[in-house]
Design a protein around this ligand. Structure first.
Ligand code: FES
Length: 320
């Protein structure tokens, strides 16, 4: 994926759906339809500010059956590096944007005999499109949604329409919590579980599923987190013969892109493996923040995922 493949869209509607989440409707600038997608897909939104370009992934929450517009939900992040603040504070109805084509790294398993969907906070967004797919699929499913309080329960009305009798909402403010042990220990064989939300919730589901003997192929998770910050360093790109400075608040990938060098990507979150780049020389250590490389590959240090990983080093040479 690179910016040459983006689609020009305009903001058709903005709605504040919780104190922290805005709901954006994006329509193609030239009218017509947007590319088809399946539930669980995300798009990268390209945000051009005066000083830098942000490329953030957001799940598509609209029905895959309606392609006249895409809908996304954006949580305002207090620790934002600028992307979510741009979406919340700068965009207005009519603003132009670019988005990349949808990619699905969190699709529903076609052979599942049941689907258990678990969301925390803004992690509900990919499930809205999946529920639209599941409603007609004839396979049992249930949706569990955990939020701080009723005012933070984004899209609850839409969820009640999409999943009547299959939806459970849990409010922290009322001391309600998902019973992960019960949920993970009582499912029929062939069930797949999907989780999107805070890191602690994802870890709880992954650990619980492993403890209760779920095959890892039946456990699906998605987490879009901003690339971690860290100390500044320089990288030399051997093929393009460029030295690139990576400041503390920019990822290695963003810094390379800002220098005009394209690196393929899909998720920009350390999951898909698409941005994997060969390390040719290193004096120092890599800071691997991805979920793609194995521990052995990380220890070997022969490649790095520049979307989320960094280096603490005197010098780093990449095969770019
Ligand atoms: S773009 Fe997916 S791992 Fe880097």
């Amino acid at each position: 994926m690179n910016d040459a493949q983006t689609i020009a869209v305009k903001v058709a509607a903005i709605e504040q759906v919780t104190p922290l989440i805005k709901h954006f409707t994006l329509e193609p600038i030239d009218g017509g339809e947007l590319p088809a997608f399946s539930g669980g897909s995300h798009v990268i939104v390209v945000m051009r500010t005066e000083t830098r370009i942000h490329r953030n992934p957001y799940s598509l929450l609209s029905s895959p059956k309606r392609l006249g517009a895409y809908e996304i939900g954006v949580r305002r992040m207090e620790e934002s590096r600028g992307g979510s603040h741009f979406m919340h504070d700068t965009l207005q109805v009519g603003s132009a944007l670019e988005i990349a084509h949808p990619v699905n790294l969190f699709g529903l398993a076609k052979n599942a005999r049941k689907h258990v969907l678990i969301a925390g906070g803004v992690g509900i967004t990919p499930f809205l499109a999946q529920l639209a797919d599941l409603r007609d699929a004839g396979v049992p499913y249930e949706m569990h949604y955990s939020v701080r309080s009723p005012e933070h329960a984004a899209f609850s009305n839409r969820l009640r329409e999409l999943a009547p009798n299959r939806l459970s909402i849990y409010y922290d403010s009322q001391n309600q919590a998902i019973d992960f042990d019960r949920l993970l220990s009582t499912q029929p064989l062939g069930t797949h579980v999907y989780v999107c939300g805070p890191a602690g919730m994802i870890e709880r589901v992954k650990t619980g599923a492993r403890d209760y003997g779920w095959p890892s192929s039946h456990v699906h998770w998605e987490q879009f987190s901003a690339p971690p910050t860290g100390a500044a360093f320089d990288v030399f790109l051997a093929r393009t013969k460029l030295t690139v400075h990576v400041p503390p608040d920019r990822s290695l990938l963003e810094s390379i892109e800002a220098a005009g060098v394209e690196v393929p990507y899909l998720c920009r979150g350390g999951v898909c493996g698409f941005c994997r780049t060969r390390v040719l020389e290193l004096d120092g250590e890599l800071v691997h923040n991805d979920h793609f490389l194995s521990d052995a590959e990380k220890a070997k240090g022969a490649s790095v995922m520049p979307c989320v990983s960094r280096a603490r080093c005197k010098s780093l040479v990449l095969d770019l």
